[in-house]
Design a protein around this ligand. Structure first.
Ligand code: ADA
Length: 552
């Protein structure tokens, strides 16, 4: 069984995981015979479905003891339409976010859950198109049946705030009355030794309640001392809990001071990796062990940060980062969209939706120190600028406690640098461009100053080069492990010594599979710029990165 998170979330609410063999029926192509496959998984890992792009139906049955429930999907890629006993509950497009359906008073007995999943490239799905990573298909994250009362806690957001009397937790609780609540119902919140409660709103529907809790027992979170604080929201009836939700946060602040990013007032020096969720055996349905192995290797190389390129990550990965003190740049789903793609009529709505889902669902993670948007999109056009402006505004509306940024490759044409708090550049000296890293950073720093970004922190959000695992040659030429190791040494040394730079992310942690249409320039149909290969076997560059990251 997989866990929803890496820590218990409920004492009162009864949660059952529907992990196991489901019926899987492909709906497109020649082969349509139903078979049994494990959920969660990606169908690219089923024999014969390695390149399946289409629709498929997953179904299973579960028993229910009667009453209200939440059907919670932690993720399906990239579109899902869910039906219970043949009645459609709703649908969801966004491969990288959870979604749920509250059901009022479902009769006791056996029920059939059917999920249509679609990973086709279609105008309806504006963020998914042939790309430099694989758009997987399947129910790739766990599914849960949560038994709740008619009033349940939907989510808890905590904003840590340091004031003159010490730390405060600003706790916002969203809860729902599936029907009119009974008299005397209370909403209670507990953080460390502090408890507050108020009567539940008497009307059906979603409600929010905010508590300002001064916490004299607060312990700060930092990368060196990642102390986590638990917050529990409960619904009480006659003093007895009928529903509960426990989440976690960290007492820490992120602020900016000129060209520095500060955590609890101390400047951050980011040494990180861009990482995709990908593994040959599991696709992007990664087990916890692989997530942890990745963080072990990343930490072993002396890195302190991960950029979740190019989409929000599995929440258990974020949990591990919080626990280990890893700083996270979490990014909305969008890669390499030029203006014509951003002009897809569905793009404005879908881009804002995935951005809002990311912030709403991952708000509490102390490891997330920055939100990223729209990697290498049309930041050089007026229309693109409008899209960037709207996405930054959507984030700031939901979360004013973290800075925002975007990784740009529009080296001499970006017109959006006045919009984010931090300016980030993807540069590939010695690989795509025949220039030194120092020269490229000088040029980007000058461009930043002259085009709206003066005084802002600068991050080099991608730097690196490719190597085919196991390919060695005495000429140390392109695609050898030697070449990659040599250029990473020069790139990282020059970048970390450059006074304009606050942090650097290597592209990328591990080799990844790419969409079939991207094979050109991608030997083995992989993006081979990993410092480890797809099975996490270290290339020569591993030791080089470790040397540089642990000494500079
Ligand atoms: C870009 C992009 C990455 C990857 C990289 C590369 O900068 O952001 O997704 O495609 O280039 O390998 O060329």
């Amino acid at each position: 069984m997989t866990m929803m998170r890496t820590f218990p979330n409920h004492e009162t609410r009864d949660v059952r995981e529907l992990t196991g063999l489901w019926r899987f029926t492909p709906l497109d192509g020649d082969e349509r015979t139903p078979r049994r496959e494990v959920v969660p998984s990606c169908w690219q890992t089923y024999p014969g479905f390695e390149n399946y792009r289409g629709r498929a139906e997953y179904s299973t049955r579960f028993t229910h003891k009667g009453g209200s429930l939440l059907l919670t999907f932690k993720g399906a890629s990239h579109y899902a339409k869910v039906a219970l006993d043949g009645t459609v509950l709703g649908d969801h497009y966004n491969a990288y976010a959870a979604f749920r359906f509250p059901i009022h008073d479902l009769p006791a007995g056996e029920h059939e859950l059917t999920v249509l999943v679609d990973n086709r490239f279609d105008e309806a799905y504006s963020l998914n198109f042939p790309n430099d990573y694989l758009s997987y298909g399947g129910i790739n994250k766990p599914v849960y049946v949560e038994q709740v009362g008619d009033t349940y806690v939907d989510r808890v957001h905590v904003t840590p705030r340091r004031e003159s009397d010490g730390w405060h937790a600003i706790v916002n609780i969203r809860y729902e009355n599936l029907t009119e609540p009974t008299d005397g119902m209370m909403l209670e919140v507990a953080v460390n030794n502090q408890t507050r409660s108020i009567p539940v709103d008497p009307t059906p529907g979603l409600h929010e309640q905010t508590f300002d809790i001064h916490d004299p027992d607060a312990r700060e979170w930092s990368p060196d001392h990642p102390s986590l604080t638990y917050v529990t929201a409960r619904v009480l009836q006659n003093g007895c809990p009928v529903d509960d939700l426990t989440d976690r946060f960290g007492y820490r602040t992120i602020t900016l001071d000129g060209s520095q990013i500060l955590l609890n007032g101390n400047p951050l020096r980011i040494k990180g990796f861009c990482r995709h969720e990908d593994h040959p055996t599991f696709g992007n349905a990664l087990p916890l062990q692989i997530m942890h192995k990745d963080l072990d290797l990343i930490r072993d190389m002396g890195a302190n940060s991960v950029r979740t390129s190019h989409y929000p990550n599995d929440e258990r990965f974020l949990d591990l980062c919080d626990e280990l003190g890893i700083l996270v740049w979490e990014e909305n789903h969008a890669r390499g969209m030029e203006e014509d793609r951003m002009r897809n009529p569905n793009f404005p709505r879908q881009a804002l939706q995935v951005t809002r889902e990311m912030v709403d669902q991952h708000y509490n993670h102390p490891g997330i120190y920055i939100w990223g948007i729209f990697n290498e999109c049309a930041s050089e056009t007026e229309y693109g600028r409008d899209c960037y402006q709207q996405a930054y505004a959507a984030i700031r509306e939901l979360d004013s406690s973290r800075p925002v940024t975007s990784a740009s490759c529009k080296h001499d044409s970006d017109i959006c640098l006045d919009l984010p708090d931090v300016v980030s550049w993807n540069i590939y000296p010695y690989w795509y461009l025949d220039k030194t890293a120092t020269r490229m950073i000088d040029e980007q720093a000058a461009y930043t100053r002259a085009h709206g970004g003066a005084g802002k922190p600068i991050i080099i959000s991608e730097i690196g080069g490719g190597a085919i695992y196991g390919f060695h040659d005495s000429d140390r030429d392109v695609w050898t492990e030697e070449y990659q190791s040599d250029i990473l040494h020069r790139q990282l040394t020059e970048t970390l010594r450059h006074p304009a730079v606050t942090g650097v992310y290597i592209w990328q942690y591990a080799d990844i599979r790419v969409d079939r249409e991207w094979w050109f320039g991608r030997p083995k149909r992989r993006n081979n710029k990993g410092v480890v290969d797809e099975y996490r076997r270290p290339k020569l560059a591993y030791q080089t990165v470790k040397e540089v990251f642990t000494t500079l």
